[in-house]
Design a protein around this ligand. Structure first.
Ligand code: PMP
Length: 366
């Protein structure tokens, strides 16, 4: 492209692209070749060999010349069986739960409608509000990252939000809000409350069995944190009436045929998922105990596959780890409550050994 075409493109963009989109920066995924990757809440384990073999067989049979099953019935059946989803609830599948967050926001984006979210929380909620044209209202968590229920209920009263997102457990703080606090919000909310259980496998509580109790409850989950981030499969569980409405804006073939075929094979015998999650939980406990030994590090207990810790000099530690080929997430600057915080995904025992010895060399107490 020559200079005049570049200039013309820039002027078209300035005129046509929504200003709020122009002022964004695209979600950056860090390059991690050759690094110990503890930045993205992935499960560090590969598939067990028999599961990988089953997957390979299932994928080889997929007629990729054809569009996938638009309703993804077999994949839904596999998920239903695996999750023991009670009768009376329906499922909606997405290309990751990210897509479903977007779909829910778009479906409820009547003119003037508001999305309410406790903050800090998962950044895609805010982005989806912007994308859908919803007004975004954030309510700060308390210093200890618990829900400020009083402030949430005041905001519910004031904003009358069409939609509330509650990550349960929360990302990036990792804690599980009190169920009674979430119930209070469900009862007071005039709109839909999405309880996002992306980290359910590492937590001690869930709202999944309670979908029938509240007409305004939708539970969102994903396979991403339990060893299958690559297949991009998220799912929403709610009353059939909600699912029917959301389904209208879904792109017809949003879950590709390889993922649909894969999920049956991956979940056919899903003991491996719980086994890997149990090891990750145990390793999380080990990291939390080991890191709490540095007096200047404040470790927050989490119910996720990551640990959260506050350092007096988070950026030095983050850069020091990176220089030692260990990638974590630096949350310093994301939100005032996250000052000095690093989010560290739990790795394999060997990766965690490497992390702890790298931290010891960097000496967070210095
Ligand atoms: N919800 C929460 C709370 C998350 O932390 C994430 C991933 N970071 C997601 C949803 C999205 O997961 P995915 O699109 O991979 O299903």
């Amino acid at each position: 492209m020559n200079d005049s075409v570049h200039a013309a493109t820039a002027s078209l963009i300035a005129r046509l692209v929504r200003p709020e989109v122009r002022s964004l920066t695209a979600y950056a995924v860090a390059h991690a070749e050759g690094m110990i990757k503890l930045d993205a809440m992935e499960n560090p384990y590969p598939l067990p060999v028999p599961v990988a073999a089953r997957l390979a067989q299932a994928l080889a049979r997929v007629p990729v010349n054809r569009y996938p099953d638009g309703a993804a019935d077999d994949a839904k059946l596999a998920l239903r069986r695996h999750l023991k989803i009670p009768q009376g609830h329906d499922l909606l599948l997405g290309n990751g739960s990210d897509e479903l967050i977007q779909l829910i926001a778009s479906t409820l984006a009547r003119p003037g409608a508001t999305m309410l979210v406790p903050e800090p929380s998962f950044v895609m909620y805010r982005l989806s509000a912007l994308n859908a044209g919803l007004t975004f209202a954030g309510v700060a968590l308390k210093e200890d990252f618990s829900l400020d229920v009083r402030a949430m209920l005041d905001a519910v009263e004031r904003e009358q939000p069409a939609l509330i997102f509650i990550a349960y457990p929360n990302n990036p703080t990792g804690n599980l809000f009190a169920a009674t606090d979430v119930e209070a919000i469900l009862r007071a909310a005039p709109g839909l409350v999405v309880v996002d259980e992306a980290y359910y496998a590492f937590a001690d509580a869930s709202f999944l069995s309670r979908v029938g109790e509240f007409p305004n409850l939708l539970v969102l989950r994903t396979l991403s944190k339990v060893g299958m981030a690559g297949i991009r499969l998220g799912y929403a569980v709610a009353a059939p009436e909600w699912i029917a409405e959301l389904n209208k804006l879904r792109a017809p073939y949003n879950v590709n045929a390889l993922t649909q075929a894969g999920v049956g094979a991956l979940l056919a015998d899903a003991g491996w998922i719980d086994e890997q999650a149990a090891v990750i939980r145990a390793q999380r406990g080990r990291l939390e105990v080991a890191m709490a030994k540095w007096p200047k590090v404040r470790v927050y207990r989490t119910q996720t596959n990551f640990v959260l810790a506050r350092f007096t000099d988070a950026t030095r530690i983050f850069e020091g780890l990176k220089a030692k080929r260990i990638l974590v997430k630096n949350l310093d600057g994301w939100h005032p409550l996250l000052r000095g915080c690093l989010r560290i995904t739990v790795g394999t025992p060997e990766e965690n050994d490497a992390l702890l010895s790298a931290l010891a060399e960097l000496n967070p107490d210095s």
